[in-house]
Structures are given as C-alpha cells and as structure tokens.
Design a protein around this ligand. Structure first.
Ligand SMILES: *[C@@H]1O[C@H](CO)[C@@H](O)[C@H](O)[C@H]1NC(C)=O
Length: 367
C-alpha cells in the first residue's frame, strides 16, 4: 500500500513551502507538515493507492473535490499514473490546483511532460530534495523564479548546500557529491542507541571531515539556471571499461521499454579482472525475456548513453528488492553479487526475491 500526503492550502500560498515524501506512517511526511498548520494551511492526507479508480472516480477527482491547491507526490507515483494513463476526466475541475511538488527519487523529464500535458497546462511543477535523517528538505520551492524540469530550484532557507568534488572543493557545473557544510537546525543530535555519536560520525561526517554532512547523493549545480539536480547515490556507482556512471542513467535509458516491470543495475568488482556492470530485469506478467528484448535494452543504452555503458551482463530475475520507501536496494544486491550470501536486512518489502541473486554461475565464476 502506498500512502500519500497531499496538502490543501486554504487562502494563500507562501513562497517557500515545506515538503515531504510518501509511504509508511512514521515516515517523515507524516510528522513534517505539522508545522504548516501554524500557517493556517489545511492538510489533506490521502492514504491509498494513487492509481486506484472507483466508480469512475480517480486520483484527480479526489483533488478536485477537496479543492487541493498544492500536492506533494513521489515521482515514482507520477510514473505509475502515467503508465496506467490515469488523467483528469472531462468533468474534473482542477482550477484550484496550482503546484505539484515531486520528490522521493529524482524526477524524470517524462514526469513533467505528463503533468503539464495530460493533467493541467497551467501548473507549477517542482522537484524537492530532502532527507529522512534530517526530517527536512535541502531544497525549496520558490514561486518567484522559474522551475526547470528535473531540477530543484534553490537550497532551502538555512541550508548551506554544496556540490563537492572528490577533493572537497565546492563545484558548479560539474558532477559531485551533495553536502551541507554548516549546521542547520534540522540536523539530528543523536542516533538511537549510538553512544558517543560514533555511528552518526561514521555515517554522515566521515567523508569530508567534521562539520560536513554527506549522505552519498551525487548531484550537479547548473551554472545557467542556478538550480541543481540529483543524479543518484554516490555509493552505488557503476564502473565498466573505465567509465563511471550512476545506475539511474541506465534506468532512464531503458525506462520506456514496455515489457520491463522493474530493473536494478550494480557493479561487480573483481580481483583479477576489471569491474563490470550487471543489469537485472524483471519482466511484466505475460512477457518473456527474449533475445529481442535483450537486444532492445542494449540498443537503448547504446543510443541514450554510449556503447561502453551497456552492462556486460543483462539477465532476468523474478523480483527486484525495494525498501520500505520503495527505493531500489542497489547496495544490497551488490553485496549479494560480491559474496553470494544474503546479508541481514530489515527494511525490505520483498525479501523473498533475494535468493534469486545467489548461485548464478555467470556471476559466481567471475573472480
Ligand atoms: C470546494 O470549493 C467549492 C466552490 O467554492 C465549494 O462549494 C466546496 O464546498 C469546496 N469543497 C471543500 C471540500 O472545501
């Protein structure tokens, strides 16, 4: 089940709105918007599946009936709405709806196209980058400046957000790691049961030294727009033939292939050989992983990225592990690929699929 959080703004739209993401109760969004009540914002909380339709009423009808002005929605759910073609009907009145903010995972260009072409032309569509650990966002929506597809417009108030190269220099116009270089009120003070703050220091403050918060997200500040985009997790980087990239680039390249239900790509390091990338795909019900599908995956990656980006191994699995926030679990799959054993995991939705990543001769024999 997917939970939604939709915000209903009563009489005004503050220039900077807090934002949040969806999914299980106790997750950040259910706590985060409470302070908006102090601004006389009415909250409309939607606990359900966005693609669910009943008696001819769909997701957009709920928004219309409740005069929702601003919605927060995970970009993954916008994908779902698009793939099932769930659009406002001829009698759905979305006059009230002004802003859609996407978050949860980096939004895709097609998410913007869908919202602006199929939902409502006159909409402000933004992208928000945040963090569960902070119970807050790093970026904000600003109605006074333009929003560009797939970019967050600006750092949130009080967040000293930078993009660091590997030496720890703040860079613009160059891919790097997103960091926060000065304390913000939302930083956690302690992690549960973490005596002497050791785990926290190790997890968030070890890479660039004390005082620089780093949560392993790769990003890019655009010198022209002054906005920034998140490319993916820096700890899940793919390496092959000397080329480094994020799995999200592969996902973007193959996303349009209709027969694929899901996919995950990880790098397999080797002792004697070069690292190589492995793409696991899950087929939609009724579709078979044929030679033709494999070829079209290769072609798409070749065209969208480059010939050397095509993963050396492309194979089918019955399921792709997703965590409770519905994110793909690349580092878990990488661990299994590297050790052929399943580590202990707690935050996974579908643990049954993990065994299919073990004992694959093609992987185990690559030493
Ligand atoms: C939505 O707006 C209409 C028109 O102003 C009003 O009649 C209706 O009661 C509103 N609905 C809610 C749930 O506030």
């Amino acid at each position: 089940m997917v939970l939604y959080l939709i915000w209903f703004l009563s009489s005004f739209l503050p220039a900077t709105l807090p934002s949040s993401t969806s999914h299980p109760p106790a997750w950040v969004p259910w706590v985060y918007p409470i302070s908006s009540l102090a601004l006389e914002v009415k909250l409309f909380l939607f606990n359900g599946i966005a693609t669910h339709t009943r008696k001819g009423q769909n997701f957009w009808d709920h928004l219309s009936e409740n005069n929702v002005t601003y919605i927060f929605i995970p970009s993954g759910d916008v994908n779902e709405l698009e793939s099932q073609n769930i659009v406002p009907g001829p009698n759905t009145n979305l006059d009230c709806l002004k802003i859609i903010a996407m978050s949860g995972s980096p939004p895709l260009p097609k998410n913007y196209n869908f919202l602006l072409n199929k939902v409502k032309k006159d909409l402000f569509v933004g992208s928000v980058y945040g963090s569960t650990e902070l119970l807050a966002t790093f970026s904000a929506i600003n109605l006074n400046i333009p929003a560009y597809a797939c970019e967050s417009q600006a750092p949130a108030l009080g967040v000293d957000l930078h993009c660091f190269d590997s030496k720890g220099n703040s860079v613009v116009g160059q891919r790097g790691e997103m960091v926060v270089t000065a304390p913000t009120p939302s930083f956690p003070m302690y992690l549960w049961g973490d005596e002497n703050n050791e785990r926290m220091r190790e997890a968030y403050f070890s890479k660039y030294g004390t005082g620089v918060w780093c949560q392993n997200d790769d990003g890019y500040f655009n010198p022209e727009t002054k906005g920034f985009s998140i490319i993916g997790r820096s700890d899940n980087m793919l390496k092959q033939y000397g080329d480094t990239m994020s799995p999200d680039e592969i996902y973007l390249a193959i996303d349009h292939i209709k027969e694929l239900k899901d996919y995950i790509c990880v790098c397999q390091d080797s002792v004697c050989d070069d690292p190589r990338n492995i793409l696991f795909v899950e087929m939609k019900k009724g579709c078979t992983f044929t030679h033709k599908i494999k070829k079209s995956i290769k072609q798409s990656i070749q065209q969208e990225l480059s010939p050397i980006s095509v993963p050396e191994v492309i194979m089918e699995v019955p399921g792709i592990p997703r965590n409770v926030n519905n994110k793909r679990m690349e580092s878990l799959v990488k661990k299994i690929v590297m050790t052929n054993t399943i580590p202990e995991v707690t935050n996974i939705r579908n643990p049954d699929c993990l065994r299919y990543f073990c004992d694959i001769p093609e992987i185990v024999n690559y030493k």
